[in-house]
Design a protein around this ligand. Structure first.
Ligand code: AMP
Length: 275
């Protein structure tokens, strides 16, 4: 893959790269479509990265419908699918890991120790292999987006990170490969996550700027929902990931909940739809 990518770049072609773990849905499609519009070549990686899963997480049972993903990507007109085996990315001699620093110690990073170390390590390697001019990431994984942008800055990587707004089901639930695991009862409750976020965003629009009060709006709405266990509700600055004194346009309200055994995350940007 790397040789092909280098040849494309030598020929003056821009490469758009979309890293995914497969089990593709309309959210992934949006990233790929944007990459298709903005680059001469598009590479999509399908790799369930063991390094970003904790020991009790769902690595083994993460869905891997490779044939369906391939058909989907061919229909979207991608130039190459990169679908490496685990030991192609992590051969026995592999030793180095990216330390993501303090921004990985809050929110997802706090609940999932080591997660972002695994993410940034694979992303750095994938960028080397795919040689992108632009790489596409979903706003749904907001902290991941912030950390990947930091990786690019810190290591002076010669590419641009493009953020793509969250694609949702008709009822507001953020699309996720994990939604397929929700029971019918859980699936009915799940759209309440986005409804709660939108309610709080509405309160911001009408003048509520106290971060704790905005978080409380979300908590109050979610706590009543059957089967929902809140991991965190956090109003944070979009670059420092710290709670600001006052919420402003651009602040991010982020949530993680467990619905039964399924962990779901979502977020909204106050006063705006994109980062
Ligand atoms: P994943 O396969 O879950 O690792 O996701 C691959 C990429 O797709 C990441 O950049 C995600 O943020 C992005 N993504 C996942 N779900 C959505 C969604 N509902 N809308 C937009 N982007 C998404």
């Amino acid at each position: 893959m790397q040789e092909q990518a280098v040849a494309w770049r030598k020929a003056g072609e821009d490469i758009g790269f979309v890293p995914t773990m497969g089990a593709l849905h309309a959210g992934h499609d949006r990233l790929v479509a944007r990459a298709r519009r903005e680059n001469q070549r598009v590479i999509v990686s399908l790799f369930v990265n063991p390094a970003q899963f904790g020991p009790t997480e769902d690595f083994a049972r993460y869905p891997r419908p490779f044939d369906a993903d391939r058909v989907r990507l061919e229909a979207l007109g991608v130039d190459a699918i990169f679908h490496p085996a685990v030991d192609q990315i992590y051969p026995p001699a592999f030793k180095t890991r990216v330390d993501p620093g303090p921004l990985a110690e809050v929110l997802e990073g706090k609940s999932r120790p080591g997660h972002f170390k695994g993410v940034l390590t694979v992303v750095l390697k994938l960028f080397q292999i795919g040689q992108p001019k632009r790489a596409y990431f979903g706003q749904k994984d907001f902290q991941q987006l912030v950390l990947v942008r930091q990786l690019v800055r810190d290591f002076a990587l010669p590419l641009r990170i493009v953020a793509v707004p969250t694609v949702r089901e008709a009822d507001g639930l953020a699309m996720s490969s994990r939604n397929a695991y929700l029971s019918p009862a859980e699936r009915e409750v799940a759209p309440g996550i986005y409804r709660a976020l939108k309610t709080a965003a509405g309160r911001f629009e009408t003048g509520l700027t106290d971060p704790a009060a905005l978080e409380e709006v979300v908590r109050d709405l979610l706590e009543g929902a059957p089967g929902v266990a809140i991991d965190y509700v956090a109003l944070v600055d979009e670059t420092t990931l710290r709670r600001p004194v006052r919420a402003v346009a651009g602040s991010v309200l982020a949530v993680a909940v467990k619905l039964g055994s399924i962990r779901l995350i979502d977020n909204v940007v106050l006063g705006a739809e994109r980062l």
